[in-house]
Design a protein around this ligand. Structure first.
Ligand SMILES: [Zn+2]
Length: 155
């Protein structure tokens, strides 16, 4: 469980997006951050490595110095919630869904059903024989954006 700023993108050694082969939602391991206090995106991207009971960790806004508390759904990385007030309890019904601080990675990367099908085909075509061992494949953000833009006809 952690969220830490990426200071040197050249030191990346893991593709940051996980595409599920069953066509579900993507998981993100490298993410942007947004501050609801000053309404700006933070300058760094962040390594996002899960949570413990939904608590991912705290980051500091580089614009207004607010502490931003990051929460998720405990065992998946489809969404993250960034609140300037406190952690949100993910185990109280609908608490996370009611906050204005949600970052939905499928929305962020414009992955609709059609794009997901293309992503699924793209990663499946590169997969080898361990087809049944893993439910998902890693992908670079640049490749994901490329597939999304082609599929949605964005130039
Ligand atoms: Zn701020």
């Amino acid at each position: 469980m952690s969220i830490t700023p990426i200071t040197d993108p050249n030191q990346e050694n893991e593709p940051p997006i996980l595409v599920p082969l069953d066509g579900g939602l993507i998981d993100a391991m490298v993410i942007p951050a947004y501050c609801l206090n000053c309404e700006k995106q933070l300058s760094h991207f962040f390594h996002y490595k899960g949570s413990r009971y939904g608590q991912v960790g705290e980051i500091v806004c580089n614009h207004c110095q607010s502490i931003i508390y990051c929460t998720d759904h405990d065992n998946i990385q489809h969404f993250i919630y960034m609140s300037p007030e406190n952690y949100i309890n993910p185990f109280i019904n609908n608490t996370l869904e009611r906050t204005p601080s949600k970052i939905d990675f499928n929305s962020l990367y414009m992955v609709n059903g059609e794009v997901m099908e293309k992503l699924r085909q793209t990663v499946a075509s590169k997969s080898s024989t361990d087809h049944f061992k893993h439910q998902s494949r890693k992908m670079e953000i640049a490749e994901l954006v490329d597939v999304s833009c082609k599929q949605l006809n964005i130039k």
